[in-house]
Write a protein that binds this ligand. Sequence first.
Ligand SMILES: [Cu+2]
Length: 223
Amino acid sequence: MALISVPANKSLLAKALATAMVVAGLMASVLTGVADAHGSTTDPPSRNYGCWQRWGSDFQNPTMAQQDPMCWQAWQADTNAMWNWNGLYREGVAGNHQGAIPNGQLCSGGRTGGMRYAALDNPGQWKAVTKPRQFTLTVTDQARHGADYLRVYVTNQGFNSTTQSLGWNNLQLVASTGRYAPAGQYQVAVNAGSRTGRHIVYVIWQASHSDQSYYFCNDVVFQ
Ligand SMILES: [Cu+2]
């Protein structure tokens, strides 16, 4: 907030403070509502996008603790992880994703932005969407950044995302794309081979407007 010059009397000071608070409030609502929105996987939904979709209008409802416990713990940890579902990125990684992101922190992009997204790394009963083993994955790009590439990984058969934290060695690269011109959505065909049951689909979206890399954990159950 800009510094306020100290007015000569108290009522002027109160007026200036009130104005400053209104302006700050407007700025905050603009930032959360529109942001310079970035993006996320939306099908299957990333962890925080899914929590925002299901509970964004009802995030204080205590029944979430039973119905959707991993979303509950995420909302309790930091609501901004959901309000900023489109902001899970790092800058200046220069393609060295494994160097930038330690094992156990893949779903928070290496705890990008401090602890904001850290709850997304916690193993547990994240809501998962059912998918056939061959499916089309969609990244939604609200900012029309474009993509240098998308990389899609799937957890190895036997990995248990409800009890194990995710590391690079738990993943197999199953799709790697070329460039996408700026658009609202990018799609990639994913083949999960012979996998069955619950898995994490892990996605890297390398945006094209600058060195900005996005990281998404998406929970699925393969039929
Ligand atoms: Cu962006």
